[in-house]
Design a protein around this ligand. Structure first.
Ligand SMILES: Nc1ncnc2c1ncn2[C@@H]1O[C@H](COP(=O)(O)OP(=O)(O)OP(=O)(O)O)[C@@H](O)[C@H]1O
Ligand SMILES: [Mg+2]
Length: 441
């Protein structure tokens, strides 16, 4: 699914007005270039927040990502274009592992610094479209990934930036993620289906990555493009978020949001952000809720080939609330009933809470992490549905018999507690879908 950019025309004219000639090779050059743009223009492209103006209210601010980048990104390698061409057998299409809006991704082998020792396997992303927007995303990716450090965020090994006679070349070199993306495993039949346990663990890891970005850094980072294809999976299926091209610094001081041109991916962006351009960390929480439903159902947020009422995932799932006996009908058939229905309902409740209309009422990502941990606990102990342990069930009609019967008192208590936590989302759960219906086209 491709990224969208609302107000396309406006951005184009900005690009035409101000696109500079890019001439740099090192990371300090990147920062110098960005700083220059900040001082030259306070209202247009600046730093990684190229389309961002802070909302009014604050004069003090912590260090910017650009400043942090200067301090932290020393380990990034700067590659020459010929080095990366060699690493990929001249960008051999047999080595191509994927393609997105930015360009193609190749598997490659690079020599260690100094040339001695074993080669390491990397993923090399090559910008295919020229222009300011592509370059800006490339800069954002280098800067953010140069600053962050978390087991659930993909590692950037280095980059290449060349402005030659034949145009500009922008490449990114990442650690190689052997198991592709969550998107591949959820929606592509060529890949084995992810087990229920793995799905929960992947979402927990992804939530931890987002919580780190939102709550654990000196500067808050809003990811802005959370979706299944940006959750990569390593050899152990450990998830790592990738694609920081649209990431932005969050608001500082008294500010409640940053104002940006609306960018993201259809079907994942929060309706309040689409309507107002006001970006907050809660926009990521919405996207996380969408992916939770994708993980439950094995359906994409938008599937145009389906009958009308089923095309928009959020509209479809609202017909099968977690409290109803129909709920099980939305579950991914590829799970072959190998999941805990109780836990699945709690996941749906959690997703509902991420998808409430009022962004302020969505949970923080650290709260999502905690809830997911508890759900995983419940799921481990109750591996298949059992009506007698369904505290959120409001419909007494019998569900399918279960394979495993019985659960400990502690599980019952935990589930009752979780059910309570989820209660408050019920009232607002319905309205959100009407909003989404209008927004997602
Ligand atoms: N570090 C990596 N290791 C292994 N494969 C990768 C890596 N990064 C990306 N890929 C593969 O390349 C595919 C394309 O990734 P890319 O981020 O360019 O686009 P996308 O996320 O699918 O779409 P969009 O451009 O809309 O974000 C991914 O789905 C994944 O399969
Ligand atoms: Mg991606």
């Amino acid at each position: 699914m491709k990224c969208f950019h609302y107000f396309k025309d406006r951005s184009k004219s900005r690009e035409q007005r101000s696109a500079p000639i890019f001439k740099y090779q090192s990371k300090s050059d990147i920062s110098a270039y960005e700083n220059e743009r900040v001082t030259k223009s306070s209202s247009s492209a600046n730093s990684v927040r190229g389309d961002t103006n802070k909302s009014s209210g604050s004069t003090t601010s912590p260090r910017s990502v650009t400043e942090l980048y200067e301090e932290k990104a020393q380990y990034l390698r700067v590659f020459s274009f010929s080095e990366l061409a060699r690493a990929t057998n001249n960008f051999d299409r047999l080595l191509k592992v994927g393609e997105g809006g930015f360009g193609s991704v190749y598997k490659g082998k690079i020599k260690p610094v100094g040339g001695k020792g074993d080669c390491s396997v990397v993923a090399i992303k090559k910008l295919s479209t020229g222009g300011f927007q592509g370059h800006k995303q490339w800069v954002a990716e280098v800067q953010f990934l140069g600053v962050v450090d978390h087991p659930n965020l993909v590692k950037l090994v280095g980059y290449c930036a060349v402005d030659g006679e034949r145009g500009i070349q922008r490449l990114l070199v990442y650690e190689f993620m052997k198991n592709k993306s969550l998107e591949d495993h959820l929606f592509n039949r060529a890949y084995p289906a992810l087990s229920w346990e793995r799905r929960l663990q992947v979402m927990l890891g992804a939530a931890q990555g987002l919580a780190y970005l939102h709550e654990e850094l000196e500067v808050q980072v809003i990811f802005r493009d959370f979706k299944a294809s940006n959750v990569l999976l390593d050899e152990d299926f450990k998830p790592k978020l990738s694609d920081f091209g649209l990431a932005r610094e969050g608001p500082t001081g008294e500010d409640t949001h940053v104002s940006t041109a609306v960018m993201g991916t259809n079907g994942y962006a929060a309706p309040d952000y689409i309507e107002t351009g006001h970006l907050t960390a809660k926009s990521d929480v919405w996207s996380f809720g969408v992916v939770l439903f994708e993980v439950l159902t094995g359906r994409r947020s938008l599937e145009r080939y389906r009958p009308g009422s089923e095309q928009k995932l959020l509209n479809w799932v609202k017909q099968y609330p977690a409290n109803s006996r129909k709920f099980g009908m939305i579950m991914d058939p590829r799970l072959e009933n190998q999941y805990s229905l109780s836990a699945a309902k709690l996941v749906a409740k959690l997703a509902d809470s991420c998808l409430v209309k009022n962004a302020k009422n969505r949970p923080k990502m650290s709260e999502v992490v905690e809830t997911l941990k508890q759900i995983i606990h419940v799921s481990v102990e109750v591996t298949s549905p059992d009506r007698s342990f369904e505290p959120i069930e409001d419909d007494p009609i019998e569900e399918k018999p279960t394979k495993q019967i019985g659960a400990s008192e502690s599980v019952k208590r935990r589930m009752a507690h979780l059910a309570k936590l989820s209660e408050h989302v019920d009232g607002v759960g319905r309205r959100k879908f009407m909003i989404m219906q209008r927004q997602v086209t």
